[in-house]
Design a protein around this ligand. Structure first.
Ligand code: 5PR
Length: 369
């Protein structure tokens, strides 16, 4: 397996729990996650529950009361997600939960070990020249996937006009409450602003101590997309967030343009791609890592049900059944990114909920009525 991110570790846990002998090669010298925060929805929380990590996950994460959307600082909706599970947390925390679970399940996770390619017969090539044989190769090595590119799997990439810079900062709850006493600062608050320019702050409490903020600006806006952030510019648009913006201004970050990657196929022989290597998407629906973990789980189930000789066909069938859900999620996320449609609020309803409501642990999910 290549890549100890969320997709790779989820596959490692699910496979090891099903009796596979698993080794994950991570090119980073340290096993850690450098990202900021994340929202997980019911589809992914269901997977994590079946991996047995719910108690540990809940101990370090939270369920905000509402997902609030504001336009020009006026509330347009507050969605409580009745009956739907969702939680917020930091990415380093989610990573530590998965890493603990992978080790507890008996998977070996090796840092500083870079995979440079794979063959469809199940050979993994490492940077140091060694070659390893596996029944199943999982390429969970990110948007620049060496596993994918070594196999020559074709893809197209569609950009969008906006992008974001993400930070983890302190909660600053008392300072925020002093500025706006009537605001529920435990809510996720999506602060949209179109006039005098497009600058959005997605405010996501991750736990008691940490706050995830994502600052969105068009790529064409040089000052808006600058890192370190232009503090005067951002506070002029979002003055009530001054305490957290001040901390973001002295925190390292990087601006990422939104884009979608679509592959010709996710599997080839004994190799399956999951996560950003296969289906990187715009973050509007907060399902990039979520779909990655869902696909990691269903891949482990499908591979376990197959015999060694049937594995390539089983992978093809897994892609045929599971991929359409991710394809539609990519489409909707790209559409929201292109239209900035989430600014209208009330967005967690109808078709877009398909991804969240999908239950990858239900053995009857593909039955036709
Ligand atoms: N939702 C979430 C998020 O982290 C981002 C977006 C929407 C939870 C940014 O990564 O639209 O950019 C977004």
């Amino acid at each position: 397996m290549s890549g100890a991110g969320f997709a790779g570790l989820t596959a490692a846990v699910a496979l090891a729990q099903r009796g596979w002998s698993v080794r994950v090669h991570e090119r980073g010298e340290k096993l850690r996650e450098e990202g900021a925060g994340i929202v997980l929805w019911q589809n992914t929380l269901t997977v994590l529950d079946s991996l047995g990590v719910t108690d540990e996950l809940n101990a370090g994460s939270m369920r905000p009361p509402y997902y609030e959307t504001r336009m020009q600082n006026r509330i347009v909706s507050q969605e409580g997600m009745d009956g739907i599970a969702w939680r917020t947390m930091t990415r380093p925390y989610l990573h530590s939960v998965l890493l603990n679970a992978a080790r507890a399940a008996g998977a070996e996770v090796v840092a500083g070990s870079e995979v440079v390619g794979a063959t469809e017969t199940g050979t993994l090539r490492l940077r140091d020249g060694s070659e390893l044989e596996a029944d199943l190769v999982v390429g969970a090595d990110g948007v620049g996937s060496a596993v994918r590119d070594s196999l020559g799997i074709d893809y197209d990439r569609q950009g969008s006009r906006d992008g974001i810079t993400r930070f983890l900062v302190g909660r600053h709850k008392e300072e925020l409450a002093a500025i706006e006493p009537d605001t529920e600062w435990d809510n996720v608050i999506d602060f949209w602003n179109f006039e005098p320019r497009v600058l959005r702050v997605l405010y996501t409490p991750a736990n008691d101590r940490e706050l995830y903020i994502a600052l969105m600006a068009p790529a064409a806006d040089e000052d808006g997309s600058r890192v370190p952030i232009d503090l005067d510019l951002w506070t002029s648009i979002h003055p009530q967030l001054a305490p957290v913006l001040r901390e973001a201004a002295v925190t390292p970050g990087r601006y990422y343009g939104y884009s979608t990657t679509r592959l010709e196929h996710w599997t080839q022989g004994r190799v399956a791609l999951i996560g950003d290597s296969a289906h990187a998407m715009c973050p509007a629906l907060a399902q990039g890592a979520g779909c990655a973990m869902v696909n990691a789980y269903t891949l482990a189930e499908a591979a376990t049900a197959a015999s060694a000789s049937d594995l390539p066909d089983a992978l093809t069938e897994w892609e045929r059944l599971e991929r359409p859900y991710t394809d539609r999620c990519q489409e909707r996320s790209q559409d929201y990114a292109d239209t900035r449609g989430m600014s209208q609020g009330g967005q967690f309803t109808g078709d877009v909920m398909e991804t969240t409501l999908y239950d990858p642990t239900d053995p009857r999910r593909h039955d036709v009525a």
